[in-house]
Design a protein. Structure first.
Length: 555
């Protein structure tokens, strides 16, 4: 049985199934066919809509022409006079006048009738003296009539008017007919020209459809709609699954797309799509990098507490795609590496210095200068102890104090003195000690780089509490900062230093400003009275309430 054979065996892999005719898959073919179908339908519809009023217009013209001939016939006084004074005969004056008018106007008939509806003229002489086949009542009542009706000569466009005698009384009526076949012939004669125009319009529409389809073919790379839908689905899945931020912009600077990672890195939601960059990010380096106002590759920007690496690629439509990578952890690791290297250098220098001191101490002991050896050891230990005690007495927070003690050691090895400013006193009530450590560490590192090699190399750190506000001032003896650069030094990527081993510079002061502004504070730089530059950081609400205030509030 055929059905059994069909179910038991499948076509071999090499057998090519015949291609079934059906709806094409390519965008070019589908759009072309749809546009051709639309153009054809519109042309047919327009032709039909034009023919319908054209037929009515031709009917109206025929009826008006018949009415005009009837009016001209009724206006001749000799016809009404002959109607009243002669008999209805095929050779009478009324028949002769009516036939003359019929032949002159190419009408189908000109019928003159009396008040009884009896014909006094007709193209067929045998019908003279008979009653007309259609109702002449309205014309005999004095009204003019236009109509399309059927009579003894077939369907015709008719015009009927009253026939009045010399005194104005109705003596009869005149009925004139235009053969309906003539009207139809005029309509059919107009159709070829109309179809020619319709064909031309259809050809123009087909050409336009072809050109549009070709352009779509180029823009869609001759893909099928199913392929385009699959690509869009895959793009959405890919964009929202990759671990890099992607921001797509149009030519007007509006955000077209933000994937999940970009929303997380930039700290915005999906509602940012469709809005201008300036409205979402305001002014600043982040907006400038995304807008392309800053040129270059691997541009650094700080958004909140995150350090981002941005690359911008323009698109063919005038927009752009920006990719964002999170460098926060890498930047922290790089800074820790710099600090570790600095600490290693400092330890190496200290090791060399300690070896020299031990050799000196050994020499004094071998020379049996025991008192001098005691004084030498006391002096060496006392300097380091005095520095540590001075810092811990004025800075009560252990984390910040440890940072300053370490920085003082590193500065001393580089030939720079680090001292605490007069009036420094910071209680152990910091709300965010790690944030302040980041601020102080960055400012001291910058001050140390600026002070190295200067005359009387010095760094002065001042910390004081004003109610719950912390005011930090770091001064160095370096060359200072020109007035034109006092604002740009807080921009991400700006630096006067050489490129470090781990990558970019120019983030320290930018992070300091972001941390200060996040707490509602500010960072300013000004020339110091003693020379160099002085950075002032104000951090409101950086200290918690004293325990005594908390106890009083509880009571």
């Amino acid at each position: 049985m055929p059905s059994t054979v069909h179910t038991m065996s499948a076509p071999p892999p090499t057998t090519r199934r015949p291609r079934r005719l059906g709806w094409p898959q390519r965008v070019f073919s589908q759009v072309l066919l749809m546009q051709l179908a639309i153009a054809t339908g519109v042309t047919v519809l327009a032709t039909g809509l034009f023919l319908a009023p054209l037929s009515a217009q031709l009917d109206d013209q025929a009826m008006r022409r018949a009415l005009s001939i009837a009016q001209s016939t009724a206006a001749q006084p000799q016809i009404a006079e002959a109607l009243l004074t002669t008999d209805a005969t095929p050779h009478g004056p009324v028949q002769a006048a009516a036939e003359r008018i019929r032949r002159a106007t190419d009408a189908e008939y000109v019928v003159v009738m009396d008040r009884r509806g009896v014909r006094w003229s007709h193209p067929d002489g045998a019908r003279i003296g008979q009653v007309v086949s259609t109702d002449p009542g309205r014309a005999l009542q004095g009204r003019e009539v236009m109509e399309i009706d059927s009579g003894t000569l077939g369907r015709s466009a008719r015009g009927k008017v009253p026939l009045r005698d010399a005194s104005g009384h109705i003596a009869g009526a005149v009925s004139v007919g235009i053969a309906y076949d003539n009207v139809r012939a005029r309509l059919l004669a107009a159709i070829p020209g109309l179809l020619a125009y319709a064909g031309g319009a259809l050809a123009v529409g087909a050409l336009a459809a072809y050109l549009i389809s070709r352009r779509l073919q180029r823009q869609t790379h001759d893909l099928a709609f199913s392929d385009i839908a699959a690509l869009l689905t895959e793009r959405e899945a890919m964009l929202h699954s990759i671990r890099e931020g992607v921001v797509a912009l149009d030519r007007g600077g509006r955000i077209r797309l933000l994937n999940d990672e970009a929303q997380r890195l930039l700290g915005v939601g999906s509602e940012a799509s469709g809005r201008p960059l300036a409205e979402v990010f305001g002014t600043g380096r982040t907006a400038d990098v995304l807008a392309g106002d800053v040129a270059g590759e691997d541009l650094l920007t700080v958004r909140g507490s995150r350090v981002l690496l941005a690359n911008r690629m323009p698109t063919a439509d005038g927009g752009a795609v920006v990719t964002l990578r999170d460098r926060t952890e890498l930047e922290h690791l790089g800074r820790e590496l710099d600090s570790t290297r600095g600490l290693i250098d400092a330890l190496r220098a200290q090791d060399h210095e300690h070896a020299n001191r031990l050799h000196t101490l050994l020499g004094l002991l071998e020379l049996e200068l025991h008192e001098d050896a005691r004084e030498f050891v006391t002096e060496v230990v006392g300097v380091h102890r005095a520095t540590a005690e001075q810092i811990t007495e004025k800075v009560r927070d252990p984390l910040l104090a440890a940072l300053l003690v370490g920085k003082a050691t590193v500065a001393a090895e580089r030939g720079v003195a680090l001292r605490m400013a007069p009036g420094t006193l910071l209680p152990d009530r910091l709300v965010d000690p790690r944030g302040l450590v980041t601020v102080v560490g960055n400012l001291v590192d910058n001050a140390l780089d600026a002070a190295v090699g200067s005359a009387g190399a010095l760094i002065e750190v001042g910390l004081r509490a004003e109610d719950r506000t912390v005011v930090l001032r770091v001064r160095d003896s370096g060359p200072g900062i020109p007035p034109g650069q006092r604002e740009s030094i807080f921009t991400e990527g700006w630096s006067t230093k050489e490129l470090p081993a781990h990558g970019k510079r120019g983030l320290g002061l930018a992070l300091v400003r972001r941390l200060a502004e996040r707490q509602g504070g500010s960072v300013t730089v000004a020339p110091a009275d003693e020379g160099g530059a002085a950075f002032t950081v104000v951090l409101p609400e950086a200290l918690s309430e004293p325990e005594s205030d908390k106890a009083g509030a509880a009571q």
